[in-house]
Write a protein that binds this ligand. Sequence first.
Ligand SMILES: NC(=O)c1ccc[n+]([C@@H]2O[C@H](COP(=O)([O-])OP(=O)(O)OC[C@H]3O[C@@H](n4cnc5c(N)ncnc54)[C@H](OP(=O)(O)O)[C@@H]3O)[C@@H](O)[C@H]2O)c1
Length: 235
Amino acid sequence: MTTALITGANKGIGFEIARRLGERGITAIVGARDEERGRAAAERLGQPYVRLDVTDPGSAQDAAKWIEQAHGGLDILVNNAGITVWQDDDRPSATSADVLRQVYEVNVFGVVTVTNAMLPLLRRSPAGRIVNMSSELGSIAMAIDPESPFWPFNLMAYNSSKAALNMITVSYAKELWDTPIKVNAANPGYCATDLNGHTGHRTAEQGAEIAVRLATLDGEGPSGAYLQDEGTLPW
Ligand SMILES: NC(=O)c1ccc[n+]([C@@H]2O[C@H](COP(=O)([O-])OP(=O)(O)OC[C@H]3O[C@@H](n4cnc5c(N)ncnc54)[C@H](OP(=O)(O)O)[C@@H]3O)[C@@H](O)[C@H]2O)c1
């Protein structure tokens, strides 16, 4: 039985990733920081719940212990939990280091905390997969291209957190290059979720597609890649 952990799976794209992995017969453990919201989502999906606040190393270690005891191991980790901090004035010159710290706690440090806690389990899997939910806004190549549709979205905290996550993806992929574990970054596209006040033009289900694909890659699939439905993105 293949077992997956999806962080921030109580709603949005994470919920849809858990649902879609579950449809493939994978045990899709719903990770969520709030027990009530997490249990409610897990119940709707008919999947297990584990409490997991990605900013809390103790919570990540407890989740890893529980997964090992209850499920015997872990094959897939989807680092999906992510936040943005809304600012009335979001120019870089009006963005404090504290705003960056808040966003990085979840989008960057949280991914490292959870990944390091789960890696001992993933290393024992015959086909470990790590998917980091990045964003097209994390592409430095597109951010600096005046012709790119992302040129106007100069959200320093969020965008730089996803650019950092992209390098973190590559860093883990390189350490794990000679193992069966594949580590990739996924861009879900602009999806209508709470993250953006439901302004996105894609559904959360559509956003889940690329993460599901990368979570279930066969042995020939890439590692250290930055992908969306249509293919590779420029870093
Ligand atoms: N929506 C888009 O257009 C879009 C585009 C590109 C990338 N993404 C990325 O896709 C991922 C999912 O976003 P979404 O749009 O589905 O957002 P969402 O609906 O706001 O869901 C975010 C999830 O992250 C969880 N979370 C936040 N802080 C957490 C923490 N400290 N510990 C554990 N979970 C935490 C939230 O839990 P609570 O309910 O407890 O807050 C929620 O379950 C994010 O990484 C986001 O950056 C989204």
